[in-house]
Design a protein around this ligand. Structure first.
Ligand SMILES: N[C@@H](CCC(=O)N[C@@H](CS)C(=O)NCC(=O)O)C(=O)O
Length: 209
């Protein structure tokens, strides 16, 4: 399998972590989906990564779909609860964590627009979503080890990816001080080999109009 990624992407990181956790062999292809010449639209009409090219040539995109697909591969550790309330809760936590990442992406993109096109109100609006999302993740985690049930899984992957992305893009954000329990959770996740092998790194992108 080939996974097309951008090195900072929290969505690509979800897929990278899942592939490592499942010990599935794969190669990574790096692209900058925002820049001209990216391969992303060749495989995904939306032009977004991550894209998983599976061995029959099918291109899967949207990180939640890729994780669903990976969980159908027999003989690998399951990451999504099979049925019932736990499954819904895991998908809800994924939506929450991805929503935090979405707001951080919008803040980061705003900073790349021409200065006279940047909107302070827009950044404040997105920042409020980040803050509320982090508080909710902390509330749901409580004093437990994992976000959903009693094993590591999808919710932890999505949340850990979002937290790593907040740290990368908003280094001035004080969430680690205000939410020490969530920070300890993030540290525990980052110590896993699957997280260590997928640390986000910045890429250089062109200015957006
Ligand atoms: N909901 C999507 C989000 C994917 C996404 O927005 N990826 C960004 C990189 S972090 C991208 O490729 N953006 C390029 C674009 O929107 O043109 C997922 O979970 O896969």
């Amino acid at each position: 399998m080939k996974l097309i990624i951008a090195s900072p992407s929290p969505y690509a990181r979800k897929a990278r972590i899942a592939l490592h956790e499942k010990a599935l062999p794969f190669v990574e292809e790096l692209t900058v989906p925002w820049n001209p010449g990216t391969v992303a639209p060749t495989h995904n009409p939306l032009g977004k990564i991550p894209i998983l090219l599976i061995d029959d040539g099918t291109a899967l995109y949207e990180s939640s779909v890729i994780l669903e697909y990976l969980d159908t591969i027999a003989g690998t550790v399951p990451l999504i609860p099979l049925a019932g309330a736990l499954r819904v809760q895991a998908k809800l936590m994924e939506a929450l964590a991805d929503g935090v990442s979405d707001a951080v992406v919008l803040i980061a993109l705003e900073a790349r627009r021409k200065p006279d096109l940047q909107s302070r109100d827009w950044v404040v609006r997105q920042r409020a979503k980040v803050d509320a999302g982090l508080v909710e993740l902390d509330r749901i985690l409580g004093n437990r080890d994992w976000l959903v049930g009693d094993t590591f899984g999808l919710a932890d992957i999505a949340a850990g990816s979002a937290l790593g992305y907040v740290t990368l893009r908003l280094p001035e954000h004080d969430w680690r001080t205000s939410l020490p329990r969530l920070a300890a959770f993030s540290d525990r996740l980052e110590a896993r080999p699957s997280f260590a092998m997928s640390r986000p790194a910045p890429q250089s992108i062109v200015e957006i109009g």
